[in-house]
Design a protein around this ligand. Structure first.
Ligand code: LLP
Length: 415
């Protein structure tokens, strides 16, 4: 996402230091060209596959980012009324929306039913019964898919693996046919598809294709029982390179899909999040203090103005994010732990990085476009940073920095 030109680093045609100067730090910066090119790369890898992309809003739910993907032709995968509201605010029509998640509340189901969204991805027998009941009460029919849990190992971090039987997601594939029979017989439900999402940050094509094979076998079983299935939703999960991993091979994925789906009269839906936005975002932060180690075997700390509150992935998953120093510096490179001001020893962004740092040095924590801002918090009463979108040689703030007044408002009115 960053390109070096002389002594400066650029995002598209904008100097990163200038963004930091104008909006302050910490700040998230996104490249619209990067987002669009990832979307186009996925679409072209899927050429010849009857497909529809539903961008997974949870990865980066900024309204301007959603609008960009809508303009590129994406629908949206949502998991809450809040995400539904965002998709609509970004200009999505209800027919562009699929609703995932294990714990949909009655009010959320009602909201989506009244709008007439494209599909509910149902995750349990209880939810199926609730969906039918709410549709009956509202005089609607609910289009639905059952999220199956195929017990396939996505070989990713245990916290973001979702397709194993020990995970809370979906219904065991063995139990799916009986539930589909129930749904098919229900006058308030329309069976649309089969859904599956086995995990996130998946590096290889194989587990995703194993899941597809399980869905195709189930589809055959359902078709034989007289239950038509119009689409297979393969979920998201396509991984990105954070360090020196290979990017997920979308071309190989597209080839495998074309191969498996030849002669099958079925559409494919996909719910990518991270693949589209992960590498296209960074967190800008400045060094507040340097604490070089005073004792043997102790780390040297660079305390920066961003923290786990802005990027919790290192603390939560021991995730590795690259760190770039964006300004030339006359200091000797040394090994630094990049840590925030939050009162937790788990508050680190990176450890043991060789960087030349001074007080005030501007840094970029890379690959923060997905699950960065959306997982931020106000812990330690820290206002959330702004988000900035670069478009060619211009940039604009797409979410303003929170103020101290913003932080206190919901409580002040209750005093
Ligand atoms: N569809 C469903 C039903 C999902 O649960 C998810 C992600 C996606 C699609 C999009 O997955 P993606 O293409 O982005 O991998 N906070 C974690 C990631 C959690 C993913 C949750 N579900 C992280 O920072 O790595």
């Amino acid at each position: 996402m960053f390109e070096r030109r002389g002594q400066q680093w650029f995002v598209e045609d904008v100097c990163a230091a200038e963004i930091a100067q104008r909006v302050g730090t910490p700040a998230y910066v996104y490249s619209s060209a990067h987002f669009s090119s990832r979307y186009r790369a996925l679409v072209s890898a899927l050429a010849g596959v009857n497909h529809r992309i539903f961008y997974s809003v949870k990865a980066n739910s900024n309204l301007s980012v959603l609008r960009l993907f809508r303009e590129l032709g994406a629908g949206f995968d949502i998991v809450s009324a809040g995400e539904l509201e965002r998709a609509l605010a970004a200009g999505a029509t209800p027919g562009d929306i699929v609703f995932s998640g294990v714990g949909k509340r009655v009010d959320e189901i009602d909201y989506a039913l009244k709008l007439g969204i494209h599909c509910f991805n149902v995750e349990s027998a209880d939810e199926l019964a609730r969906l039918s009941e709410r549709a009956r009460l509202l005089g609607r029919r609910a289009r639905m898919a059952l999220r199956i849990n195929p017990d396939i190992d996505a070989r990713t971090h245990p916290y973001i693996s979702t397709g194993l039987k020990e995970n809370k997601f979906g219904v065991p594939i063995q139990a799916a046919a009986a539930l589909y029979a129930r749904a098919h017989a229900d006058e308030h439900l329309d069976v649309e598809g089969i859904d599956c999402h086995i995990g996130s940050q998946i590096a290889e094509v194989t587990p995703l294709i194993q899941a597809l094979d399980a869905m195709l076998a189930l589809r055959r079983e359902l078709q034989n029982a007289g239950i038509p299935v119009r689409h297979l939703d393969l979920g998201g999960g396509l991984g990105i390179a954070y360090q020196n991993e290979a990017d997920f091979d979308v071309t190989a994925y597209g080839n495998a899909l074309r191969d498996r789906l030849r002669g099958e009269d079925v559409a494919v839906a996909m719910e990518p999040g991270r693949f589209l936005v992960g590498n296209g975002g960074a967190l800008l932060t400045r060094v507040e203090y340097l604490k070089p180690a005073l004792l043997a075997d102790a780390p040297s700390f660079a305390i920066v103005d961003a923290a786990m509150t802005e990027l919790i992935r290192p603390a939560l998953y021991s995730a590795w994010h690259d760190v770039l120093a964006l300004e030339p510096c006359d200091a000797q490179p040394a090994s630094w732990d990049i840590v925030g001001p939050v009162c937790e020893s788990g508050d680190f962004l990176a450890r043991g990085r060789r960087l030349a740092l001074r007080q005030g040095t501007l840094l970029a924590v890379l690959s923060a476009g997905a699950y960065g801002f959306v997982q931020s918090s106000n812990y330690n009463s820290r206002p959330r940073p702004p988000e900035v979108l670069v478009e060619g040689d211009t940039f604009r703030v797409i979410r303003r920095r929170e103020t101290l007044q913003d932080l206190l408002a919901p409580e002040r009115e209750c005093l």
